[in-house]
Ligand binder design. Structure first.
Ligand SMILES: Nc1ncnc2c1ncn2[C@@H]1O[C@H](COP(=O)(O)OP(=O)(O)OP(=O)(O)O)[C@@H](O)[C@H]1O
Length: 310
């Protein structure tokens, strides 16, 4: 797959405080790359450097064959974290104005705008002023503005925040469809379930540096240890004494046992003591959400984290 965006060794400081350092990743044509990290990790700073809203102290950003200030940013679609369009302008006018700024043909922009307004349930709102829209409707218009000019690279900073479940599905479907049609997508989101459903690869940033970079499958294989949920009347002491357990979470008769790394569930199950009361038992890999929490709260994973080959 052709590489659309390359970020190499990116570093940025504000007032002598290091915010991000040595950030390197690629976004390829037709893939959804997720940029993840706890609040304040440096995601928006990374994105703002890509968008030329600020310039890096170190490193290079390349889009196709252009680098730094030469990057044709009108070929990129961007939904910023901070929402808001001009308030007293009509929906269609603002969409056409933004498309025109990117040198996109007006007739085509109008045709696409009508198509997307319909798709997002905003049919008939063309002449409504932006300030009369609800927050979710405004977000839909801003999303349409970011894709109207058919960008080759689309950068979405927290696109799902504040959306109801139906609108989330609409956004998800559209983002997937764009990727299938070849758009390279860089998606920053806190909603791990959505990232797990959508992303091909992910880059996890913590305190301004890389913690994980790889395909979703590789990340899960590498970091998502198994957990075993047992229903039964068992004492905390018995559960804690079981072999190869990292931690136990017990709530009445349900206990979740987080198994150590590289434990083979089939072998582990054979070694459980007979006195363990098992009414129900299930084994799963921990979710991306749990991996994220482990990393954000500096649990054991961080020590072992590194690069996976994407
Ligand atoms: N213009 C600025 N001047 C000084 N510090 C800044 C500036 N912009 C961001 N920061 C700091 O940089 C760090 C990273 O911020 P950034 O917005 O990139 O994080 P984020 O990962 O996008 O967080 P969130 O998930 O909360 O949006 C934070 O500590 C923030 O306070």
């Amino acid at each position: 797959m052709e590489t659309m965006l390359t970020v190499e060794g990116l570093g940025k400081s504000f007032k002598n405080k290091r915010i991000i350092s040595n950030i390197s990743f690629e976004v390829k044509k037709g893939e959804i790359m997720a940029l993840l990290g706890p609040n304040g990790a440096g995601k928006s700073t990374t994105i703002r450097n890509i968008m030329g809203i600020m310039y890096p102290d170190e490193g290079t950003i390349t889009f196709h064959n252009s680098a730094g200030k030469e990057i044709p940013r009108d070929k990129i679609g961007y939904l910023p974290e901070e929402r808001g369009l001009y308030k007293n302008v009509k929906v269609m006018d603002i969409l056409l104005y933004l498309a025109e700024l990117k040198d996109y043909p007006l007739a085509r922009a109008k045709e696409r705008a009508l198509e997307y307004l319909k798709k997002f349930g905003l049919e008939g709102k063309e002449k409504v002023s932006v300030e009369e829209l609800s927050k979710g409707m405004g977000q839909k218009v801003q999303f349409i503005a970011s894709i109207l000019h058919e960008p080759e690279l689309l950068i979405l900073d927290e696109p799902f925040s504040g959306l109801d479940p139906v609108s989330q599905e609409l956004f998800k479907d559209e983002i997937r469809a764009l990727a299938q049609n070849g758009t390279a997508i860089l998606l920053s989101s806190h909603q791990m379930n959505l990232v797990e459903e959508m992303a091909d690869r992910l880059f996890l940033i913590h305190r301004g540096t890389r913690v994980i970079y790889g395909t979703l499958g590789d990340v899960k294989k590498e970091y998502a240890n198994f957990k075993c949920t047992i229903n039964g009347m068992n004492s905390g002491t018995l559960l804690e004494s079981l072999p190869e357990i990292e931690r136990v979470e017990q709530n009445n008769e349900t206990a979740v046992l987080y198994l150590s790394r590289n434990v083979q569930p089939a072998i582990w199950l054979k070694n459980l003591p007979e006195e363990l009361d098992i009414q129900e038992l299930s084994i799963d890999r921990i979710s991306l959400h749990e991996i994220f929490i482990d990393i954000a709260t500096d649990k054991n994973l961080l020590k072992e984290a590194g690069e996976l080959h994407a």
